[in-house]
Design a protein around this ligand. Structure first.
Ligand code: ZN
Ligand code: MN
Length: 494
């Protein structure tokens, strides 16, 4: 194998199929739930029987508009439906109803954080996003069957196919873009984006621009189909980059000298393998679907969807920075976890009125546990309101951090009120008189430290607070410190 050190640039464009979170299919009333017994969610329309007519699911149109708004796209009123013909056993009509030259949305963009330089933002242009129906599934040798069976439950499920311009330049950029896209789609609630269940599937178009003798040559474009995890996207692109460089060094073939090739990613062997020489659009014999009217989108409908559109991740982040004074990093960590975590944070911060401390508890305790237990925030045993109370108790000095952690641990086991938890842990309320006695006792034993403090040595009080804790484990450092400072001020020789 020859060296691969020639200067080159990877050029990547992505096509992402996202299953829309509708209750029913795109052109019939069948359900879309995942994992149902085969062929229990079908009807004559999605089975493609002759004599049936499709009807358009308005919810799918609404969700498509939401995607258009979130990705800053132009919405195309009067967009058309086209038939894309090909033969496959799981496509009973013999064509897929899709959109060719008038997609429902086009010309958008999405910003994301540069993976190599977090302070910088990149953007990718979105060429188009169109509506289409999904095909069925072929089940090879599953169950009692010895051959191949067809399950049409998925046939006719609504998809948005989001097509980017070839603006990505590395596997890491492709991954960062996809993560951001997924976060946006989850925030606006248009899809569950569950990659294991196939609700989000990625095709990557990739080639190399290689610098040779002061000019640039482009290798033939390869499309890698059906990548079902971000990790696979990254690894498949890394592999394909090396492979294209090697093939070019062997045969010198450049873009245009061979048709576009479709390859698949073999995750076990970590290679891409040839599937077919790609059909061009003409091979599909696209033509406008005579059964479906164009989709009219009114200005009122757009305004209504815009008014209902949930806050986007970047708007959330800005709100967390401005309203709760979080730094960019903490706000980013919280927002990336998804809308439920951002909402959880907001409730904790509103209850405690202490944004910074709320963020610390969530990023350091809650998220760590969710990750360890593979839980979602909805499954987390401590409600946001309760954690907010705990954070407030720490902020006010009522509890120190160590005690608060004990309460937190107890709450993971049982849903008690803060008062009940304190009682169970023996965290008794300490009266003002008891605090005063403690202050007098400690001041009496630490004349040197008090003198140091008076000379401006702030840290001289630290050991006194620790000593107070030892004498009475229930005293809160905050209230002891306040009482101590007051005592010193009153004794101050003026
Ligand atoms: Zn149906
Ligand atoms: Mn498609």
């Amino acid at each position: 194998m020859t060296g691969t050190s020639l200067a080159h640039q990877m050029i990547v464009g992505l096509e992402i199929h996202v299953q829309l979170a509708t209750q029913s299919k795109l052109f019939c009333r069948c359900g879309t739930a995942y994992g149902q017994p085969p062929n229990t969610q079908t009807c004559p329309i999605c089975q493609g029987l002759p004599g049936t007519l499709p009807m358009i699911n308005q919810r799918a149109i609404e969700l498509a508009i939401d995607i258009g708004l979130a990705l800053d796209m132009e919405l195309v009123s009067g967009c058309r439906w086209d038939r894309k013909h090909y033969f496959y056993p799981d496509l009973p009509k013999g064509y897929q109803t899709s959109q060719l030259d008038l997609p429902i949305t086009r010309n958008g963009r999405l910003e994301f954080i540069d993976p190599t330089e977090p302070a910088r933002r990149c953007h990718v242009r979105i060429n188009r996003a169109h509506l289409e129906e999904d095909a069925g599934k072929s089940l090879h040798g599953e169950g009692a069957a010895t051959g191949t069976c067809i399950d049409l439950n998925r046939t006719g499920t609504p998809l948005m196919e989001i097509v980017t311009e070839p603006d990505l330049r590395s596997p890491q950029e492709a991954k960062a873009f996809l993560q951001q896209l997924r976060t946006v789609l989850l925030y606006i609630g248009v899809s569950d984006c569950n990659m294991q269940e196939g609700s989000m599937r990625v095709d990557a178009n990739v080639n190399l621009h290689i610098a040779v003798d002061g000019r640039t040559v482009a290798t033939p474009i390869v499309e890698i189909k059906n990548l079902n995890s971000f990790r696979n996207v990254e690894r498949a692109l890394e592999y394909e980059s090396r492979r294209q460089m090697q093939v070019w060094q062997e045969n010198g073939q450049v873009l245009g000298q061979r048709p576009k090739q479709t390859r698949g990613w073999d995750a076990d062997r970590e290679v891409t393998t040839v599937q077919r020489e790609k059909e061009e659009a003409a091979d599909y014999r696209y033509f406008p679907c005579p059964d479906l009217p164009p989709v009219v989108i009114s200005a009122e409908q757009i305004a209504e969807r815009r008014a209902r559109l949930p806050r986007l991740p970047q708007q959330w982040k800005q709100a967390l920075v401005e309203r709760w004074q979080l730094n960019d990093y903490d706000a980013g960590v919280i927002v990336e976890q998804g809308r439920e975590v951002a909402e959880y944070f907001e409730t904790v911060a509103e209850t405690s009125r202490d944004g910074k401390r709320s963020a610390n508890w969530i990023t350091q305790e809650v998220l760590r546990l969710l990750n360890e237990q593979q839980q979602t925030i909805a499954q987390f045993p401590i409600t946001a309101a309760r954690l907010g109370e705990l954070v407030a108790a720490v902020s006010s000095g009522e509890l120190d951090h160590a005690r608060a952690r004990e309460v937190f641990s107890l709450w993971l086991e049982r849903p008690l009120s803060l008062a009940e938890a304190k009682q169970r842990l023996g965290i008794a309320a300490v009266s003002a008189d008891e605090v005063t006695e403690l202050v007098q006792a400690i001041v009496g034993q630490n004349a040197d430290a008090i003198a140091d403090y008076r000379r401006g040595k702030q840290q001289a009080l630290g050991p006194l607070i620790a000593q107070a804790k030892r004498l009475n484990a229930n005293v809160s450092p905050g209230s002891f410190r306040a009482a101590l400072l007051q005592f010193i001020a009153e004794q101050d020789p003026v």
